[in-house]
Design a protein around this ligand. Structure first.
Ligand code: HEM
Length: 620
């Protein structure tokens, strides 16, 4: 084990020790991925080696670790569970670290699957570093700088391999994707999304992916451009109203989430949440479910799986009610769509006059597709998945894009110039998106700095070897069946080895080439198409994932974000409310800004009467 600093030695040791120089203050500054000596810590340690605080917590008659039985080992789980359950756990960092360490030690080698060969570097740090005030992915960044592109992390009863190397990531997502499923994430999301695309087992996923993908065809996306604009106009109108008031402050994160919710409702199942202008029990339930998904992804023990948790635990009762409300709405929409089914083959469906049909939604497409006999339950799972996958993600990227622009006035000026020149007061079209390269790159750069989700989760279905990648072990790293993996998109996107001025907001970087680094092929600045993507960047940039499980709403989301941002920047000037800095709120799957409070004012536009201008735009 690496020598502990005075600071860490004084605290209770833990299996997770972020090795940072300067007694745990900040990162060491070492470049990620530099070769290092492997330090395997697999074998269970004798009880005598436990810090005094932990030893005091261990029942005196606990058998030696060599003979420990499940019954005895269950004790700390029960203790931890009780603490989690009562809320005491989160309040006491020290206690949290003690239990985490105890559980790690007791469980290592007994309950954990074989998490890999001994050559994988091991990160070290306090449990409280990971569940403390900072989001998990930020704690993992420091460990990445210190331990390289592939490292192991043990906390509590769990052990993860954290992957931040583009070659190892490409192996998992693209080269050998059938050897990995969504693991922990699927377990968390199943009660919400059922057999929807994200948590679905491999067999169901293959069938559903094949059915859903054709629904995002060219004519549909063209039609969606108009929908994005119409929904944004509602927000623009609302903001006009705010400009009339004395207090011109608006939480733009909420506004972006609202417009994204309305868009996903109308575009995917032709339901108007109308969330920009009203609150309703359905909207409340959608946010309740999203909050619960976040809670579950960050809670240590899945207590919600216990029998009767949804009867006795208030938040689980609430969750059951929320999911019931959304399911009722979706079931009703599916029933109506099925009752009005007009079966057609794929080609005819894709050639429908989408601009003039009453219901252009994806649900209509799925129900009308000949030979596609999805059950109502499967359709509901698909819709629920897309509602969740496509709503907060897009709301979050818009929030961060505006935040970054307001912090960078020069970029803001360039973007505004482009919007004024290309768009004027017209409702945007698909052609306009092509012309607004700066806005597109602002969205791409915001997704680089603030990827949603910052971490992708996988579990190995069989033994495998991950490539050592940049600066890692040239023989690679063997991992066992059942290994849980965190792919850190955040780390990849901010890797100081790959990106020049990695933490800087600089949208023009996507025009620059990046030289190859060792076995990683680099980027030549040419092959990105309209938006930079994971193929062009050899898996160093992957805001939408990659390989067969890549996001299927990427084009939908990117067009939506460009249109919403451009339309709002055309009409308003934004400035940060004095003294306010957004924080970061996160679950394992998503992170948002925690409120982006902006002072807004109308822009003085040449040749356009302030209010008149927007009214004309809305009327068009
Ligand atoms: C900026 C917005 C968005 C971002 C950043 C984003 C990101 C992602 C990422 C990273 C994945 C891959 C997850 C993994 O590999 O574990 C994913 C999957 C998925 N996304 Fe998105 N997404 C966005 C918007 C959307 C939208 C608008 C929709 C639907 C209309 C959508 C539907 C899905 C679905 C269904 C999957 C699962 C695909 C599969 O497993 O086959 N996403 N998304």
């Amino acid at each position: 084990m690496a020598p502990a600093t005075t600071t860490t030695a004084a605290r209770v040791g833990c299996a997770v020790r972020a090795r940072r120089s300067g007694a745990g203050t900040g990162c060491s500054g070492r470049q990620a991925g530099s070769p290092r000596v492997a330090r395997a810590r697999h074998a269970a340690r004798p009880l005598a080696a436990l810090p005094a605080e932990i030893a005091a917590l261990v029942p005196t008659d606990l058998p030696s670790l060599g003979q420990v039985e499940l019954g005895a080992a269950a004790l700390p789980f029960a203790g931890l569970f009780a603490l989690t359950f009562t809320g005491a756990f989160k309040k006491s960092k020290n206690l949290q670290d003690v239990f985490s360490r105890l559980i790690t030690i007791v469980s290592q080698g007994y309950f954990q699957p074989n998490t890999g060969g001994d050559s994988i570097p091991e990160a070290e740090g306090e449990m409280s570093d990971l569940v403390g005030d900072e989001p998990l992915f930020k704690a993992l960044y420091n460990m990445f700088l210190d331990s390289g592109g592939v490292f192991r992390l043990s906390f509590g009863p769990k052990c993860f391999i954290v992957v931040s190397d583009p070659l190892a990531v490409r192996h998992i997502l693209k080269d050998n994707p059938n050897n990995f499923d969504k693991g922990v994430l699927a377990e968390i999301l199943k009660p919400i999304m059922g057999k929807g695309l994200i948590p679905a087992d491999l067999e169901t996923w293959k069938v559903r992916r094949k059915a859903v993908i054709p629904g995002f065809h060219k004519a549909y996306l063209d039609c969606m451009v108009d929908l994005f604009a119409r929904c944004t106009e509602r927000t623009v109108e609302k903001m006009e109203g705010v400009c009339e008031q004395e207090n011109r402050t608006l939480d733009m994160e909420t506004e972006f989430l609202n417009v994204a919710l309305d868009i996903i409702g109308l575009g995917i199942f032709n339901y108007d949440f109308g969330s920009v202008n009203k609150e309703s029990p359905v909207i409340k339930s959608v946010y309740g479910v999203l909050k619960e998904a976040e809670h579950r992804s960050t809670t240590y023990i899945p207590y919600w799986n216990l029998p009767l948790a949804d009867v006795f635990v208030p938040r689980q009762r609430e969750f059951k009610k929320d999911i019931g409300i959304i399911n009722d709405v979706l079931d009703e929409l599916i029933l109506v769509a099925q009752q009005t089914q007009q079966e057609e083959d794929m080609e005819a469906l894709q050639n429908r006059d989408y601009k003039n049909v009453k219901d252009p939604s994806l649900l209509r497409f799925l129900v009308d597709m000949r030979g596609e006999d999805s059950t109502a339950k499967q359709l509901r799972d698909d819709l629920m998945t897309m509602l969740i996958a496509g709503h907060e993600t897009t709301g979050a990227v818009l929030t961060w894009a505006l935040h970054c622009l307001v912090q960078n006035p020069d970029e803001m000026a360039l973007v505004m110039e482009e919007i004024d020149r290309v768009l004027g007061d017209r409702r945007p079209t698909f052609e306009d998106i092509k012309e607004m390269k700066r806005v597109r790159m602002v969205i791409a750069e915001s997704l680089r700095l603030y990827p949603q989700p910052p971490i992708l989760i996988r579990r190995a279905l069989g033994d495998d070897t991950l490539p050592g990648g940049i600066g890692g072990d040239p023989d690679g790293y063997s991992i066992g069946k059942g290994t849980d993996l965190f792919i850190s998109v955040w780390n990849l996107h901010r890797s100081p080895q790959i990106w020049k001025d990695a933490d800087e907001f600089r949208p023009s970087r996507f025009d620059e080439a990046i030289d190859p680094i060792g076995p990683w092929g680099g980027y030549d600045g040419k092959n990105s198409g309209l938006y930079p993507n994971e193929s062009a960047y050899n898996f160093a940039y992957l805001p939408f994932g990659g390989g067969p499980r890549k996001c299927l709403g990427d084009q939908f989301a990117l067009m939506e974000a460009v249109i919403a941002l451009a339309m709002m920047l055309r009409r308003f000037e934004f400035s940060t409310k004095a003294g306010f800095e957004p924080g970061m709120k996160t679950g394992a799957t998503i992170h948002t800004a925690n409120g982006l409070f902006m002072d807004i004012s109308r822009r003085e536009l040449e040749g356009t009467e302030d209010v008149q201008g927007v009214k004309q735009m809305v009327a068009k």
